[in-house]
Design a protein around this ligand. Structure first.
Ligand SMILES: NC(=O)c1ccc[n+]([C@@H]2O[C@H](COP(=O)([O-])OP(=O)(O)OC[C@H]3O[C@@H](n4cnc5c(N)ncnc54)[C@H](O)[C@@H]3O)[C@@H](O)[C@H]2O)c1
Length: 414
């Protein structure tokens, strides 16, 4: 899905136009190879878009990634289901390729440690895509925070509700034992952490994580597959004040819902309130026999949409593509942005970018790892667990109600 929505149109544009910036010149970009489970989609892609993407190697099966990385590639983008990001990204980094991973980067800090260390050893970039950070509304929110217009966040809520077709069709192959929080709450976990937390000097730091959820639609009521999840993140400032965020997610919203994804946020500061409806951005459209199933009443044309430009060219654009293009620019800058003996300096400059580098994804992965562990305990008959971050016993420490012994999910500092 995400390949079709964002990578494919971007790769077609890059092949047609090249990638240009004054500091690295014009760089040719070509899709050299794809890897997938069965190869069927790769074949279809060749048929439908081969004229725009060129000839590429189509690898499939258990050793598809092994085969892919033997090609002379500069970078690899990983868009497998989230519990299969780690193996693919590790193999690509081992082979010395720059890597971009779809969100969430990985599910455990132990995996993140390994990828970070491989990227350092091999001298390549290892990054993750969070397109919400490139949404103009969120850029403005962060600008207000950085400029001190909005001061000291105290609490907030976010909701992101996906239609039933996601759990019932799109992800049916890998959904067993999974939850919608890991997959979509992570958009807001990152937005909160990046905007109010770890990217800011003196920003709040993640302190505790709690979660609960509902079962019974996607799987059995006592099973381990979740319909909806409510996550709470508690952040702490160095002066002892705290901030709390509730993130509600679901993948069982009716398919005839007016928008593709219901998304809403509210953030409350010492001196202000920010409320945003990410779906109702001002356009409402109705078309007989199309809305709201094949076309939605309240589209978001800023994320990603196909247009006829005023100069009559067809285009596809939006921040969903922009954020991936930016990664290509970062790689081009490292490889072609100056003399070879200054590459290390350029690599460091790009790795220091907190919005997408894996080294800055630690609080987000910590929240995801805690969420998964809490839901797993819940499904095993132990609801109400809480995970603390960087306490005296370890980086991620899970405590169950009534249990004496805590479980250390991750021993080192987050
Ligand atoms: N940024 C966003 O808004 C957004 C939206 C949707 C999905 N995503 C992310 O993109 C990723 C993929 O989601 P999707 O909806 O595109 O899924 P999808 O099911 O449409 O595609 C997954 C692809 O991975 C391939 N695959 C699965 N296991 C593999 C393996 N072991 N080796 C090689 N290939 C394998 C499948 O063949 C398939 O082509 C997920 O991490 C998801 O979180 C991001």
């Amino acid at each position: 899905m995400i390949f079709e929505e964002t990578y494919r149109p971007l790769l077609a544009q890059l092949r047609a136009e090249g990638l240009y910036r004054r500091n690295f010149g014009c760089v040719e970009v070509e899709l050299a190879a794809v890897a997938s489970r069965t190869g069927v989609r790769g074949e279809k892609l060749r048929e439908t878009h081969g004229d725009r993407l060129g000839s590429f190697l189509n690898c499939s099966g258990d050793s598809s990634i092994e085969r892919l990385v033997t090609e002379p590639l500069d970078l690899v983008c990983v868009a497998t289901p989230d519990d299969r990001h780690f193996a693919a990204a590790r193999r690509a980094l081992q082979a010395g390729k720059h890597v971009l991973i779809e969100k969430p980067s990985v599910l455990r800090l132990q995996e993140l440690d390994e990828l970070q260390s491989l990227a350092r050893q091999r001298g390549v970039l290892a990054k993750v895509v969070y397109h919400k950070l490139a949404d103009p509304d969120h850029k403005k929110l962060r600008t207000h925070v950085v400029d001190g217009t909005l001061r000291h966040i105290n609490n907030g809520y976010c909701s992101l509700l996906e239609p039933k077709q996601i759990s019932g069709q799109q992800f049916a192959e890998w959904i067993d034992g999974r939850n919608p929080g890991t997959y979509v709450a992570v958009h807001y976990i990152k937005l909160i952490d990046f905007t109010f937390g770890s990217s800011l000097p003196g920003g709040a730091r993640l302190a505790r994580i709690g979660a609960t959820g509902q079962r019974g639609l996607v799987g059995p009521a006592e099973g381990s597959t979740w319909d909806s999840v409510q996550l709470q993140l508690i952040y702490r400032y160095s002066d002892g004040r705290e901030a709390a965020f509730d993130i509600h997610t679901s993948w069982v919203t009716p398919d005839n819902f007016p928008g593709y994804v219901e998304q809403e946020v509210q953030f409350r500061f010492d001196n202000g309130v920010w409320s945003a409806h990410q779906r109702k951005r001002g356009v409402e459209v109705t078309v007989e026999e199309r809305t709201p199933i094949s076309m939605k009443y309240t589209p978001n044309h800023h994320y990603n949409a196909a247009f006829v430009e005023p100069w009559n060219e067809r285009s596809q654009r939006g921040y969903g593509l922009e954020v991936i293009r930016r990664f290509f620019e970062e790689v081009a800058f490292v490889e072609f942005g100056g003399p070879a003996d200054e590459r290390t300096h350029r690599l460091r400059e790009m790795s220091d970018l907190a919005y997408n580098d894996l080294s800055a994804d630690r609080p987000t992965v910590a929240a995801v790892q805690a969420l998964e562990a809490i839901l797993q305990r819940h499904a095993a008959g132990q609801p109400g667990c809480m995970v603390s971050v960087n306490d005296s016993l370890g980086g991620l420490v899970l405590r169950a109600p009534g249990a004496v012994e805590p479980a250390i999910l991750y021993p080192n500092p987050v």
